[in-house]
Ligand binder design. Sequence first.
Ligand code: HEM
Length: 207
Amino acid sequence: MIRNPKDLQRYTAPERANHWVVGICFILLALSGLAFFHPAFFPLAQLFGGGTWARILHPYVGVIMALSFVRMFFRFRELNRMTPADREWLSRVGEMVDGNDHNMPVQGKYNGGQKLLFWALVVCMALLVISGIVTWRAWLNLPVVVVRFGAVIHAATAAVMIGLIMVHIYAAIWVKGTIRAMWYGTVTRGWAKQHHRAWYRQMTGKS
Ligand code: HEM
C-alpha cells in the first residue's frame, strides 16, 4: 500500500497490538465455544487438538482476552463518552444507511454508533468473564445450580457478542478506508473529513 505523508495517525502501534490480541482471542474463543455449544459445531474442536484440548485452552484464552480488553477499555473509554451530538447521530442513522449522510451531525474520533457498540461490548465482556469464572470447574467447585446458571448466561452473552462483533467487522469493511486504520495506524485526510470531521479539524487545526 502506498502511504501518503499527509495521512493522519489514528492508532499507535501499542493500541493496534492491544486491539489485535483481543480480536485474535475473540476468534479463537468463538470457534472453541461454538464447538461446545452444539454437536453440529463440534468438528471445530479439531482446530485446537480435539475436544479435551479445546475445553482446557478456552478459559485460558478467555483470561488473555479479558486482561487485554481491560487495557483497551482504559485506553478508549474517554473517547467513547456519549455527547448530545452522538445522540442526534444515532437518531439519524437510518438516513445515513439509506445513503444520505448530508444531515449527519459532525463527529469526533468516534461516532454515536461506535460508542454505543463500545459500551455494549463492555457489558458483554463483564458478563462473559463473570459467568466464565463461575463455570470454570478446574479452579472453582461451585454448586451445580450456580454452574448451570452461569453456563446459560455465558452462552447467551457469547451469542450477543458474536452478533455485535459481526456488526463491528461489517461496519469496518463497509466504511471504505477504515480497516487500514487498525492495520497501518493511519487514515487519509479525505476519510477523516468525511466520517469524523471534528476529529479531522482537531488533528489538522483546520476549520
Ligand atoms: C476480529 C475482527 C475485528 C476487526 C476486523 C476489527 C476492526 C476494527 C477497526 C478497523 C477499527 C478502527 C475503527 C475506527 O478507527 O473508526 C476497530 C476499532 C475498535 N475495535 Fe475492532 N475489530 C475486530 C475485533 C474486535 C473485537 C473482538 C473487539 C472487542 C471485543 C474490538 C473492539 C474495538 C474497539 C473498542 C475499537 C475502537 C473503537 C471505539 O473505541 O469505539 N474489535 N476495530
